[in-house]
Design a protein around this ligand. Structure first.
Ligand code: RFL
Ligand code: PHB
Length: 388
């Protein structure tokens, strides 16, 4: 088989790129290792920046998002029993929206199926060949038979554990990584959210986040030990711990119920450079990971997709500037999202072995943010998403 762009990975990056390219008349084939139901079963991001919203509309898949999303003009930050609000609209004239990654992915699958663009599920052993030559191709195995796709370019959208990044020789690739000594235990519950906006909470017992998907679906997270497993946490223990980490007023208002999903995610900062090797371009989690504090993962994947899709579109119009500068442009924005996510993680999490000095520094950082409108403006600009 021959196509213009072979996309490895049918997560949000691969699907969004495929749909945007389709609208420009550029052919793609998506290879996804898992089934569609598996991908849709992963509960992940909940917050979309304005740039991600714009790209969804540009891809022609914004209708349900525009109808069902919730606009958030600000967020609450708490530290112990103190709390304050950061007003995104006041500082930036913009906002973010709550629309789950699951819903976004579902809309993109439906759009791809509606236009009949190819997507191969359960593609095993995906291998990239000759990415640094003019004969780039990808092979994979489906139902025991090997297939080959010849293409102009390969988009590596296969997440952190994919094969694309590994195809770049170590002599070319440089990786930067920070592993945090804690994870996030997340639950989903069919209960009304405790507050109309998100609450990012720092406390002596560790971080907590109160988020949501809709008026009767809440998403809560608490910082936990890396050695914990979801089975260690009964629902009652989870709710009790969450209550102890958020201001009393919210703890009292919290409506609890049975959890319908419970999982633990480790926290990591990671960047690989460059994001291009010959005809291979990395996009999203395949190239970089942020800790979820600050909601930047999916949104940074979307900005990569923007740079790659405009570069590819220009290439087929005879201009290679966008592709030649893809890695540099994407990385420039990626590093700023890395900085913001790392800073916000440090602001609100309890590290094992934090010294009294470290705690004083964290308290001073929070106190400055609470009292300084410029500091709030910096947070707001980063949270709603740096321009691209
Ligand atoms: P994904 O979503 O990992 O998709 C990659 C796809 O590639 C497939 N794949 C392969 N296919 C073929 N061959 C192979 N060898 C393959 N290897 C892998 C996989 O099956 C998968 O379908 O990467 P993508 O598309 O780059 O999207 C990135 C986002 O999923 C990720 O950044 C966000 O979920 C991060 N994230 C958040 N981001 C935000 O912007 N806002 C948030 O509020 C937010 N909250 C979160 C998050 C991530 C979390 N976890 C669990 C890591 C909250 C959590 C808890
Ligand atoms: C979520 O709703 O899953 C969510 C929201 C904000 C974050 C991380 C996760 O920073």
């Amino acid at each position: 088989m021959r196509t213009q762009i072979c996309i490895i990975g049918g997560g949000p990056s691969g699907l969004l790129l495929g749909q945007l390219l389709h609208r420009q008349g550029i052919e793609t084939v998506i290879l996804e290792r898992k089934t569609k139901d598996y991908v849709l079963g992963r509960i992940r991001a909940g917050i979309l920046e304005r740039g991600t919203v714009r790209l969804m509309r540009e891809a022609g898949v914004g209708a349900r998002m525009d109808r069902e999303c919730f606009v958030h003009d600000g967020t609450v930050i708490s530290y112990g029993d103190e709390e304050f609000r950061i007003d995104f609209t006041e500082h930036t004239g913009s906002h973010v929206v709550v629309y789950g990654q699951t819903e976004m992915t579902r809309d993109l699958y439906e759009a791809r199926e509606a236009v009949g663009a190819p997507i191969v599920y359960e593609a095993e052993g995906v291998t990239i060949h000759g990415a640094d030559t003019d004969a780039a191709h990808v092979t994979y195995v489906k139902n025991g038979t090997e297939h080959r796709i010849d293409c102009d370019f390969i988009a590596g959208c296969d997440g952190f554990h994919g094969v694309s990044r590994q195809a770049i020789p170590l002599s070319t690739r440089k990786e930067y990584e920070k592993i945090y000594p804690f994870g996030w235990l997340g639950v989903l519950s069919e209960t009304p959210p405790v507050h109309e906006e998100l609450i990012y909470a720092g406390s002596e017992r560790g971080f907590a986040l109160c988020s949501m998907r809709n008026a009767n679906l809440s998403r809560y997270y608490i910082q936990c030990a890396l050695s914990d497993s979801p089975a260690d946490w009964t629902d009652a223990a989870f709710w009790q711990e969450l209550r102890r980490r958020i201001p009393e007023e919210h703890a009292e208002a919290l409506i609890t119920g049975p959890t319908i999903e419970k999982s633990i995610a480790p926290l990591r900062s990671f960047v690989t450079e460059p994001m291009r090797w010959g005809r291979l371009f990395l996009c999203g989690d395949a190239a970089h990971i942020v800790p979820p504090t600050g909601a930047k993962g999916l949104n940074t994947a979307a900005s990569d997709v923007h740079y790659l899709y405009t570069g590819l579109t220009q290439h087929y119009q005879g201009d290679d500037e966008g592709l030649d500068r893809y890695s540099e442009r994407a990385l420039s924005r990626v590093w700023k999202a890395e900085r913001f996510s790392w800073w916000m993680t440090n602001l609100l999490h309890r590290y094992p072995h934090m010294s009294e000095f470290d705690i004083k520094m964290q308290q001073a950082d929070v106190a400055f943010l609470k009292s300084n409108t410029q500091a709030q403006s910096v947070l707001a600009q980063n949270y709603i998403g740096l321009p691209y």
